[in-house]
Write a protein that binds this ligand. Structure first.
Ligand SMILES: Cc1cc2nc3c(=O)[nH]c(=O)nc-3n(C[C@H](O)[C@H](O)[C@H](O)COP(=O)(O)OP(=O)(O)OC[C@H]3O[C@@H](n4cnc5c(N)ncnc54)[C@H](O)[C@@H]3O)c2cc1C
Length: 455
C-alpha cells in the first residue's frame, strides 16, 4: 500500500469528484471554518493501529456493532495492505460504513467492548480505521455490488435519510425497484443536515448518498408524503412501503419571549451552519445559551465555541450525572470552555422591544437574570405525530413513534415497514442503517411469499 496512492487521489480527483455531484451546496459555507476533530489516518498510522488488533475469534466488537461488521477481518485486511478487501468487508455489512467511521460513537459501541482494555491498553480506534478503509473507495466511486435480476416488485420509501437509503440499497441488491420520496432537496436526512461539522461536513455526506444511489436508486426530491402524495396512492401503486421519515423539527420551550430574533431551535441552527452560506444570526455574539442536556445540545455548544463565541453556557434542568448526552462529549465541551448550569430552568426570555436581552433562569430555588445574545433550544425533536398519523393503519406508541416488530420492522399494517429515528430505540446513524437493511430483508421474504401465493 503506497503512502502516495491515496494522497495523489485526494489532490487530483477529490476536487473534481466534488464538482460532479448533482446536489450543489453553497461553495463557502459556515461549516468550512471547522477543522476535523479526527483527520483521516495516513497509511502509516492506519497500519500501526491495525497491527495492534488481536483479531479475536469471538470478537465482542462485532456483537457491539448494530450492523455486525466483521471488524477483525476488515482490520486484518488493512494490516495486509488489502484496502479494497477491507472496504468490501465494511460496506457489505454497512453501506454507510464511511459515515459510521466518522460519526459513530465508537467509544460507547464497538471500541467500548475491545478486549485490549483488559490488558490494559487503549482500545483499537475502530471508527477511524473504518473511515480509512472506505474513504478512497467512495471518492473513486468504485462499485462493489451489483443488483440481482429484476423481480418486478416496486417499493416506495418515505424519506432519504440513512434508514431509507440503507433499505433501498438492500432492496436493489435483492432485485426490487425502490423509489424514495424526500421532502427536502438534499438526500441523507440528519446525516447531511445535522452532524457536527468537525465530525463530517455536508458535502461528504452527500457524496456518500450519491455513491449509495449509484446502484440505481431513484429519489424524488421535494415530494412530501402526506402533502404532495398520499399514502393510499403509494399503497395502490407499490407492492410495499417503508417509513424512514425520522423525527420532526425542534421542540419549543413554551416560555414568554421565546418567539423573536435571537432564539432558534438547534436543528434549524445547525442546518444553517451546514448548508447555507452563513447563518441568519451572524451578529456579534458574545454570550450564548444552549438549553438542553442531550447530544444535540452538546454539539450546538461545541459548534458555538469553535465559531469563536467566547461565553457559551449550557442550561440543563437536571444534574450532569443524569444528563442524556454522552459523557465524553460533555467532557470535550467543558475542555473547550463550555460552562454548565445544572438544575436550571429558563422561566422567561427577556427582550427590549424585539431585541433579545437575556433570560430569567431558576437555578435550584433561586431566580437570576443572565444576559445573552443568542439562545439555542436543544430540548429535543418533536416526533412527527401528525405526519406519521397519515400512514393508514400504522400504530404509534405514546411517544408518537411508529410501533414495529423489532425483528422485521413490520408495522401494524403488514404492507408497511419502518425503521430509524421514526421508531423506538437509540437515535444513531448506525442503528438506522441496521433497521433499514433488516426491514429490506423482511420485505423481500414477504414479497417472495406473496408471489408464490403464500399470503
Ligand atoms: C444535531 C444532531 C447530531 C447528530 N449526530 C450524530 C452523530 O454524531 N452520530 C450518529 O450516529 N448520529 C447522530 N445523530 C442522529 C442521526 O443523524 C439519526 O439517528 C439518523 O440520521 C436517523 O436516520 P433516519 O433515516 O431514521 O432519519 P433522518 O436522518 O431524520 O431522515 C429522515 C428523512 O425523511 C424525510 N422526511 C420526513 N418526513 C417526510 C415525508 N412526509 N415525506 C418525505 N420525506 C420525509 C426528512 O426530510 C429526512 O430527510 C445526530 C442527530 C442530530 C439531530
Amino acid at each position: 500500500m503506497g503512502e502516495s496512492s491515496y494522497s495523489r487521489l485526494k489532490q487530483a480527483q477529490y476536487h473534481e469528484l466534488k464538482m460532479t455531484k448533482s446536489y450543489s451546496l453553497p461553495t463557502e459555507r459556515w461549516e468550512q471554518r471547522f477543522s476535523e476533530a479526527q483527520p483521516l489516518y495516513t497509511d502509516r498510522e492506519a497500519l500501526g493501529e491495525a497491527h495492534r488488533c488481536l483479531y479475536c475469534v469471538d470478537a465482542p466488537c462485532i456483537k457491539a456493532c448494530p450492523t455486525a461488521i466483521d471488524i477483525p477481518t476488515f482490520i486484518r485486511k488493512i494490516a495486509e495492505g488489502n484496502l479494497h478487501g477491507a472496504a468490501k468487508t465494511v460496506l457489505s455489512a454497512n453501506i454507510f460504513g464511511y459515515s459510521c467511521g466518522r460519526v459513530c460513537p465508537d467509544k460507547v459501541l464497538c471500541a467500548a467492548s475491545c478486549v485490549l482494555k483488559d490488558y490494559p491498553k487503549p482500545p483499537i480506534e475502530i471508527a477511524r480505521l473504518h473511515r480509512y478503509a472506505t474513504e478512497s473507495f467512495l471518492r473513486e466511486g468504485r462499485r462493489v455490488f451489483s443488483p440481482a435480476p429484476p423481480t418486478g416488485k416496486k417499493i416506495a420509501l418515505v424519506g432519504a435519510g440513512p434508514a431509507s437509503l440503507a433499505c433501498a440499497h438492500e432492496l436493489k441488491l435483492l432485485g426490487h425497484e425502490p423509489s424514495i420520496f424526500e421532502k427536502h432537496h438534499f438526500p441523507g436526512g440528519l446525516n447531511t443536515m445535522s452532524i457536527a461539522p468537525y465530525k463530517m461536513q455536508a458535502d461528504d455526506a452527500l457524496l456518500e448518498a450519491e455513491y449509495i444511489c449509484n446502484i440505481g436508486i431513484e429519489i424524488r426530491m421535494g415530494v412530501e408524503v402526506g402533502r404532495d402524495i398520499d399514502v393510499k396512492s403509494l399503497l395502490q401503486n407499490y407492492d410495499a412501503v417503508f417509513i424512514g421519515a425520522g423525527m420532526g423539527g425542534d421542540t419549543k420551550l413554551q416560555v414568554a419571549g421565546e418567539d423573536g430574533p435571537g432564539v432558534i431551535g438547534a436543528l434549524a441552527w445547525i442546518e444553517q451552519i451546514k448548508t447555507t452560506k452563513r447563518p441568519a444570526l451572524n451578529g456579534n455574539i458574545q454570550r450564548a445559551f444552549v438549553v438542553g442536556g442531550g447530544n444535540t445540545a452538546l454539539d450546538a455548544a461545541r459548534e458555538l465555541l469553535q465559531l469563536g463565541v467566547p461565553h457559551v453556557t449550557m442550561v440543563y434542568r437536571r444534574t450532569a450525572q443524569v444528563m442524556p448526552g454522552f459523557r465524553h462529549e460533555l467532557d470535550a465541551a467543558r475542555r473547550e470552555g463550555m460552562q454548565l448550569l445544572e438544575q436550571a430552568v429558563i422561566t422567561e426570555i427577556v427582550r427590549d422591544g424585539p431585541r433579545l436581552k437575556g433570560a430569567r433562569i431558576r437555578v435550584v430555588d433561586e431566580e437570576i437574570f443572565m444576559p445573552a445574545d443568542l439562545i439555542i433550544m436543544a430540548i429535543g425533536q418533536s416526533i412527527g405525530r401528525e405526519a406519521l398519523s397519515k400512514f393508514s393503519g400504522v400504530e404509534l406508541n405514546s411517544a408518537g413513534e411508529v410501533q414495529v416488530d423489532p425483528a422485521t420492522g413490520q408495522t401494524s399494517n403488514r404492507r408497511i415497514h419502518a425503521g430509524g429515528d421514526a421508531t423506538p430505540g437509540i437515535k444513531l446513524v448506525v442503528r438506522a442503517v441496521a433497521d433499514g437493511k433488516r426491514a429490506a430483508q423482511a420485505m423481500h421474504r414477504d414479497l417472495l411469499q406473496s408471489a408464490k401465493g403464500g399470503k
